[in-house]
Design a protein around this ligand. Structure first.
Ligand SMILES: [Zn+2]
Length: 144
């Protein structure tokens, strides 16, 4: 995965659930952000994967704090996604657990103009229905 957000990352890209990404997408039911973890390398990887990108060992889901900071972002003013009001903030959030652990997401519950690189954020979850199953899309809001 590239380190920097493409400006056209969709606002709410909803997944097809697999055995490997299910924990990530349903962890929000318990308010928990679950990230793929390699026990051998003791490292996280994102997006969710079956095998570690470093050692190809089996990864397991592991709860993280849900705390991070904005690595980069863009404010979208184009109504690409029906039902998603503009403007909205598309961001890459760097999670506190690991320097290179980053997540493409949206920043919510703040004025888009107030967003800046380095802003400390906390995960929250939006519930959506995908093929009869609830998935919990992780979005982030400013902390405190
Ligand atoms: Zn590994």
């Amino acid at each position: 995965m590239a380190d920097v957000a493409a400006p056209d990352v969709a606002a709410r890209m909803l997944p097809a659930l697999t055995d490997h990404n299910r924990a990530f997408w349903i962890g929000g039911a318990n308010g928990t952000l679950m990230i793929s973890w390699c026990p051998a390398c003791e490292r996280y990887a994102q997006p969710p994967a079956a095998d570690c990108p470093e050692c190809e060992g089996a990864m397991v889901p592991r709860a993280v704090s849900g705390r991070g900071s904005i690595y980069t972002y863009t404010v979208n003013h184009q109504p690409f996604m029906p039902g998603v009001p503009v403007p909205y903030v598309i961001a890459i959030v760097a999670l506190d657990e690991q320097d290179d652990l980053r997540l493409a997401t949206n920043i919510v519950d703040c004025e888009p103009d107030s967003v800046r690189i380095g802003l400390e954020v906390q995960v929250r979850f939006e519930r959506h229905e995908v093929e009869g199953e609830s998935v919990y899309y992780p979005v982030f809001a400013p902390r405190g």
